[in-house]
Ligand binder design. Structure first.
Ligand SMILES: Nc1ncnc2c1ncn2[C@@H]1O[C@H](COP(=O)(O)OP(=O)(O)OP(=O)(O)O)[C@@H](O)[C@H]1O
Length: 358
């Protein structure tokens, strides 16, 4: 078993409120990602679960039992950090075996566990080498194997891929998902990288200033962001936000544009709103009923696609287009909007006004 339940966690460091009432439910066996910008309280959340920080208020339950006052060693959790220090004079095998030796496991048990984890990480051929005889990526795998060789209640991971170059990082994302599935263990994984979160998690909690903004599956957080902040933080290129208000059966932009009012919104007339549009729900190449007049501002070729920046009034819309699209700045364009997939937010509170059932 490996459930982690946080209830109303509060923690301050002097005048900084690092955690401001964090409540989370990490199901057994899940790949649970805590996502947020720098300073959001992610590491503090992880350290509080591990028992390395004592909360000012709130509780930590592990497998349903109150563990808030337990010492770190009594929690049966493994922490995986950004920086892995391997013992330089020991072979990969000895490095991986060290946590089990420290726990007094028999040589037979150790050999079996090292065998299993090195198979899973594809590092069998490195086992006799010392760190100086391995590449950075290989050392990373060995270090990960050392962290994963035990079978604790849950693994707590603090941005473990941060120090890798981009290619290795992308490769390790797939690997970690695969390893998670094979181990069936609970992973609580902290990152500020939303791509990492969306690609690996089966549940995500989005944290800002010590508060959970939204928790759900990656699809829920992306498709139905609870507020404008989550909508802006999750997704690349970032969602475009246009100031407007509802009037009868139309949405009227502060910049003068007008679109049909989507049937799914609960917004009443005249309330200041923000219309949120993701790049893939906009097109400059197809025609539809709902469109916004604008002018080409710039092109961002990204290989497999081009992001077209279109100026609509004072806002710049990011529109996804095929890679071969061309055009000159200033050219007039019509941006077609898929209103069924658009988002509306209250301009003052930032809360979503999209009906949950749509
Ligand atoms: N030991 C400490 N003493 C003082 N302030 C701290 C301490 N630990 C964390 N903080 C502060 O608490 C807030 C949350 O920090 P935390 O490290 O949890 O954020 P984070 O989301 O993990 O950020 P990052 O992605 O930069 O690691 C920050 O403002 C940080 O400066």
């Amino acid at each position: 078993m490996g459930t982690v339940t946080l209830q109303g966690l509060r923690k301050s460091f002097g005048r900084v409120q690092a955690l401001d009432g964090v409540t989370l439910d990490v199901p057994d066996g899940s790949f649970f990602v805590v996502l947020g910008p720098s300073g959001a309280g992610k590491t503090t959340t992880l350290r509080t679960i591990a028992g390395l920080e004592k909360p000012d208020a709130g509780s930590v339950h592990l497998d349903g039992r109150d563990a808030t006052g337990d010492a770190p060693a009594d929690r049966d959790l493994a922490m995986v950090f950004q920086n892995y220090a391997l013992y330089p004079r020991h072979t990969a095998y000895e490095n991986i075996a060290s946590p089990l030796r420290a726990r007094g496991r028999s040589p037979g048990e150790i050999a079996e566990a090292v065998d299993r984890i090195s198979g899973l990480l594809h590092i069998e051929r490195l086992l006799r080498r010392r760190p100086a005889q391995m590449s950075g990526g290989e050392m990373q795998r060995v270090a990960l194997a050392r962290a994963l060789v035990r079978s604790p209640r849950a693994f707590l991971m603090d941005e473990p891929l941060t120090n890798l170059d981009l290619k290795l990082r992308v490769e390790m994302r797939t690997e970690l998902s695969r390893i998670h599935r094979s181990l069936g263990a609970t992973f609580v994984y902290v990152t500020n990288d939303q791509v990492e979160a969306l690609s690996m998690a089966d549940r995500v909690a989005v944290l800002k200033e010590g508060r959970v903004q939204q928790a759900g599956t990656p699809a829920e957080v992306y498709e139905r962001p609870a507020n404008r902040w989550v909508a802006g933080f999750v997704g690349s290129p970032p969602i475009s936000l246009l100031a407007c208000r509802a009037e009868g059966d139309r949405l009227i932009g502060t910049d003068g544009w007008s679109l049909p009012r989507p049937g799914w919104t609960t917004a009443e007339d005249d309330r200041p709103l923000l219309l949120g549009l993701r790049s893939e729900d906009l097109s400059v190449e197809q025609r539809g009923d709902a469109s916004l007049p604008g002018e080409l501002y710039g092109l961002e070729p990204l290989g497999d696609r081009t992001v077209v920046d279109v100026r609509v009034g004072t806002a710049i819309l990011k529109v996804k287009a095929r890679p071969t699209i061309s055009g000159s700045p200033g050219e007039r364009l019509l941006v077609t909007v898929d209103l069924d997939r658009a988002h509306l937010f209250d301009a003052s509170t930032g809360q979503s006004l999209s009906a949950a059932t749509r």
